[in-house]
Design a protein around this ligand. Structure first.
Ligand SMILES: O=C(COP(=O)(O)O)[C@H](O)[C@H](O)COP(=O)(O)O
Ligand SMILES: [Mg+2]
Length: 423
């Protein structure tokens, strides 16, 4: 809905030695018209114009130990840290449809308030005005599929491994092998943007020569996500460089360039933007701090991420499969009156051994499944690694048990022997 008085709603999990209502008042006050003491300028008119409102408090089970250090209890205290879900409503005219200023309001100083021993942003409800200001992904799932030429199955890809250290000539040979093996997508690791021993200018030239040569042979143009992460002026130069060489994708570390950097890039980008969420762990791993992916992904999508990392099922990271499944589903949900279609990127500890369960649990193949070690470390080499991933997904989509399919597909069989983990 859009109107005279658009509002943003933000929902938090809080933990506090104070009464929940008192703690919610502190949050609402500090993030809008109030401060630690009443100031004369905070008139009724000012409050009517700009104060945040508490629109929901739901009490949860209290705890005896604080999740975070530094909370200061009231003088009279029963020793409990109360927990609850609090929803605040902010008039949007306090910050306008501006992601950087929205962040300062809904995810700013409130994390430091001494009234709290835990505070986590769970979700955000944004008005349509955000959708009008930020255009969101230009390619999304459809556009990426069109450019990569992949329909009816996931986009299967790899991360160049070793992540960092290959010379341009070593990279060239690897790309040649992967492209010849029929891989859909290759990406730089987040550790590898423009190392001085393999500057991006040389990398792009060599990689695109190999990709074009393979396309001439096979008719298939591999999508390569070049990591263009850098300072703001470098983003434009590097984007233009990739375009000039016929590249079809760029990648950025979203936290490194910031959401405003991403939105700026999206303003002129002619290519799908592959959003890598490294550093996200420090914003989310503590359950009593940071934010949920439900909130974060909306901001990334508005700012223009065509692809967004969600970890993966059975990955090498701490995140549970349930949480990954929630993230994939969240990316499909429209919000703020727009679709912002964004492709989930399942990456981290992936291999032919992870495909079957991934498909069974997600029930969709509208995703990118990307395996670094799972392709590079195939016992018969990267090309066999590519084929093993393709075979694993063929079997999964056809509903054929992977062990059955592996009887007639040697690459899959060898991959399962190598990468299957218990559990
Ligand atoms: O950063 C990530 C995930 O994002 P991305 O995969 O895009 O880099 C992982 O650490 C690895 O790189 C995945 O490699 P592997 O498949 O060897 O675990
Ligand atoms: Mg990586």
């Amino acid at each position: 809905m859009s109107g005279e008085r658009d509002v943003v709603r933000s929902t938090y999990l809080i933990e506090t030695p104070h009464a929940l209502g008192r703690a919610a008042e502190v949050m609402a006050g500090e993030q809008s018209t109030g401060t630690f003491v009443a100031v004369p300028g905070e008139t009724d008119e000012v409050k009517a114009r700009s104060a945040a409102r508490i629109v929901g408090i739901e009490e949860l089970e209290p705890v005896r130990e604080p999740s975070l250090p530094g909370a200061k209890p009231p003088k009279e205290w029963d020793g409990l840290y109360r927990r609850g879900r609090v929803t605040l409503e902010f008039p949007m005219h306090n910050f306008g449809p501006s992601i950087p200023n929205l962040m300062a309001t809904v995810a700013g100083n409130l994390y430091e308030l001494q009234e709290f021993s835990g505070l986590r942003l769970l979700d955000l409800e944004l008005p349509e005005a955000f959708c009008r200001r930020y255009r969101g992904p230009k390619f999304g799932v459809e556009g990426t599929r069109r450019l990569a030429g992949v329909l009816g199955r996931p986009i299967i890809g790899t991360i160049v491994k070793p992540s960092i250290g290959l010379t341009v000539e070593e990279l060239r040979l690897l790309v040649r092998e992967l492209a010849d093996a029929g891989l859909d997508f290759i990406k730089d690791d987040e550790l590898n943007a423009s190392p001085t021993f393999a500057p991006i200018e040389d990398k792009v030239k060599a990689v695109m020569e190999e990709i074009e040569r393979a396309a001439d042979r096979t008719g298939k143009k591999v999508m390569y996500a070049f990591n263009i992460t850098g300072d703001i002026d470098e983003l434009k130069r590097r984007h233009d460089l990739v375009c000039a060489h016929g590249g079809t994708c760029i990648m950025v570390s979203i936290q490194s360039i910031g959401l405003a950097g991403l939105a700026h890039l999206n303003g002129y980008s002619e290519l799908p933007i592959h959003g890598h969420r490294n550093q996200w762990g420090m914003m989310t791993r503590s359950p009593a701090l940071g934010m949920e992916f439900a909130a974060y992904q909306k901001l990334c999508r508005l700012a223009g991420a065509d692809h967004l990392h969600v970890n993966a099922l059975d990955s090498k990271f701490y995140e549970s499969n349930e949480s990954v499944i929630r993230s994939v589903r969240a990316l499909r949900e429209p919000f703020a009156g727009g679709a912002h279609a964004c492709m989930p990127v399942l990456s981290s500890g992936q291999s032919a051994a992870t495909a079957e369960r991934t498909y069974r649990q997600l029930g969709t193949y509208d995703l990118m499944n990307i395996a670094g070690g799972g392709i590079m470390a195939h016992p018969d080499g990267p090309a066999a690694g590519v084929r093993s991933m393709q075979q694993a997904w063929e079997a999964a989509i056809a509903g054929i048990p992977r062990e059955t399919y592996a009887e007639r597909h040697a690459e899959l069989r060898r991959a399962l022997e190598t990468f299957s983990r218990s559990g």
